[in-house]
Design a protein around this ligand. Structure first.
Ligand code: SAH
Length: 347
């Protein structure tokens, strides 16, 4: 039995050196971590897996993150943005398919002013008042976050990307700041959102010390959700010659996060499914309890090209839902029709 895993389960926190040791000695701890994480997921959520319908509504972006395929400098990216009507149509299709959460994700697109985002939020809430809305549109002012919250947004995903300042600066241009990113997350939490942070596993230059910082940041922020997935190379970015992250390490970290925060909402991500045909199933078996199938119109799917070989870019929303539903069943779980809020959260 692993003393560190026991301690993590009991105290739901570790010190930095302990995290480093736990993360560095993956081969020694992984089997036990997987078992514990799976057991905790079952205790907290039974065999229920929550779904979120992902609507990738714009790939215009003013940022230039070195890892991301829709970065501003990628001249080859074919840019698109969905109209309000198209977004609403996605939500209608999603509703019929049993989705009760929509995730509006996009690049940081200046066309989508606060007014436009607010209008979209209100329209979705009018049509589907029993659904939760998650925004994932990057760094904004407190005022904007408050306006979105008032207009109906319930959750916000903003991955911190890495818990280490120096590492953050090697993944982003000087115009972006590590402190600013973390402050946005604190602000979102303060406003009352269900908040998701997260990071890429195996991004260029990442080491065990940095991953320990990621875990410490999760301990500090106490987010409701944590999104992690392997870094996947995109051929039109400065990281084109780097290696992608490891599936096994991602699975291990998913388990550690589940043990650290027993009731956290933890997706088995598309990036994980991209790196391994059974990635999402493996993610669930490592402790994840959320999947995020795509609701974006098929003709734009390929254009939301964050990394190479992204899966499900040719499928209709219904096919994605059906496929995931079968995959989840095959491992003894079931997709549920439910908003899937963080336990205990009230707006
Ligand atoms: N503009 C929004 C949404 C970004 S895309 C924001 O800033 O939050 C959502 C996530 O995709 C990012 O946070 C990043 O962690 C992930 N991502 C981007 N490029 C990636 C890559 N090459 N490999 C794996 N994940 C990537």
């Amino acid at each position: 039995m692993s003393y560190l895993l026991e301690k993590l389960e009991q105290e739901q926190m570790l010190k930095k050196d302990e995290w480093r040791e736990l993360i560095a000695n993956q081969s020694q701890h992984q089997e036990e971590a997987t078992l514990k994480a799976c057991r905790i997921r079952e205790l907290e959520f039974g065999n229920k897996i929550y779904t979120r319908g992902l609507i990738e509504f714009t790939n215009y972006c003013k940022n230039d993150c070195y890892y991301c395929g829709i970065r501003r400098s990628n001249q080859r990216a074919e840019r698109y943005r969905l109209t309000k009507e198209q977004i609403l149509e996605c939500t209608d299709i999603g509703y019929e398919l049993g989705f009760r959460t929509y995730v509006l994700q996009g690049g940081e697109d200046v066309y989508y002013t606060d007014e436009r985002v607010v209008e979209i939020l209100k329209c979705i809430k009018t049509r589907h008042s029993d659904c939760a809305i998650t925004l994932s549109i990057g760094e904004k002012s407190r005022k904007s976050y408050e306006a979105f919250f008032e207009a109906g947004a319930d959750r916000y995903l903003l991955r911190h990307e890495t818990g280490d300042k120096t590492h953050y600066e090697t993944l982003h241009p000087k115009t972006m700041s590590f402190e600013q990113r973390k402050n946005c997350l604190r602000t979102l939490k303060d406003i009352g959102y269900q908040v998701g942070c997260g990071f890429m596993v195996g991004s260029p230059g990442q080491n065990v010390k940095m991953l320990a910082e990621d875990m410490l940041f999760i301990q500090e922020l106490q987010p409701h959700m944590v999104g992690i997935g392997p870094f996947v190379v995109h051929h039109e970015t400065p990281f084109r010659n780097q290696k992608s992250g490891s599936v096994e390490q991602t699975l291990y970290l998913l388990s550690l996060i589940r043990i650290l925060k027993p009731n956290v909402l933890l997706p088995a991500t598309t990036a994980l499914g991209t790196m391994d045909p059974k990635g999402r199933e493996k993610g669930i078996l490592a402790g994840a309890n959320v999947v995020m199938p795509n609701l974006s119109p098929t003709d734009v799917r390929k254009k939301y090209d964050l990394y190479d070989n992204k899966i499900c870019t040719g499928d209709e929303a219904a096919e994605c839902k059906f496929c995931l539903s079968n995959r989840v069943k095959a491992i003894g779980c079931k997709l549920v029709i439910d908003r899937g809020d963080a336990p205990g959260w009230r707006k």
